[in-house]
Design a protein around this ligand. Sequence first.
Ligand code: HPA
Length: 274
Amino acid sequence: MEEDFPKRLEEAVLSIRSKSDRNPPVGLVLGSGFGSFVESVEGTDIPYQEIGGFPVPTVEGHAGFLRLGPSVAVVAGRFHHYEGWSMDDIVLPVFLLHALGVRTLIVTNAAGGINRGYSVGELVLIKDHINLIGVNPLRGPNPAGFGPRFPDMTESYSRKLREMAREVVAALEAGGRLQEGVYAAFAGPTYETPAEVRMAEVLGADLVGMSTVPDVIAARYLGMEVLGLSMVTNMAAGILDKPLSHKEVLETAAQAVPRLSVLLQGILSRLVRP
Ligand code: HPA
């Protein structure tokens, strides 16, 4: 992280605190194509433009917003490395959630399936990750008051939360199941080549994507418990004999949102149960 990061975070926290004193214990980062889930969560929206210290997008369009509810805060709009954002920009929302009181973080993403046992449209619990982005968001100064210089990443995706997610699926869908997999993050924005997908497979990856890993590194550094869910929006390049398209990724994500929503609702209600 850069020297000015703690100041940016402080500005972000002050912006939120001037509008709300909520301290939700659970945070949710929505992946591409899952934006509509935000409608299922009650809360006040704070557009990124109104959050001090937050990156200001240079191109037109909606940067995103934070929905702050009494028990859940939703990050609706991720910053990605492939868009040119710095690692500080990318992880600032996670640091902000932590500063607002979040201690359990749910991260979601769209991913390409490498594991041939997966099918398109399926949800997979992330059990571990491989950082192939080429940078680590914690590189640089380690200011006092956040976390250790060398954070442990042994159980980055909480075993307990994975177990709970499986219980929720079993309770909601008789015979329903969630497979588990290792998520490898590439920098993008190109989709991987078939050779890169084979490499990731040899390295032990079941899923490929372009996000999430920086968020989870930040979350673990800060001591948060993490649950990661990938939606297999396509089989990764070279697994099937057909090219990949962003349109298809978004269409599959949109189709699968209802099931994701039901599961996320079930998981959230377990997490915030009084
Ligand atoms: N690769 C990388 N990112 C992705 C993919 C993929 O195949 N599908 C959705 N996001």
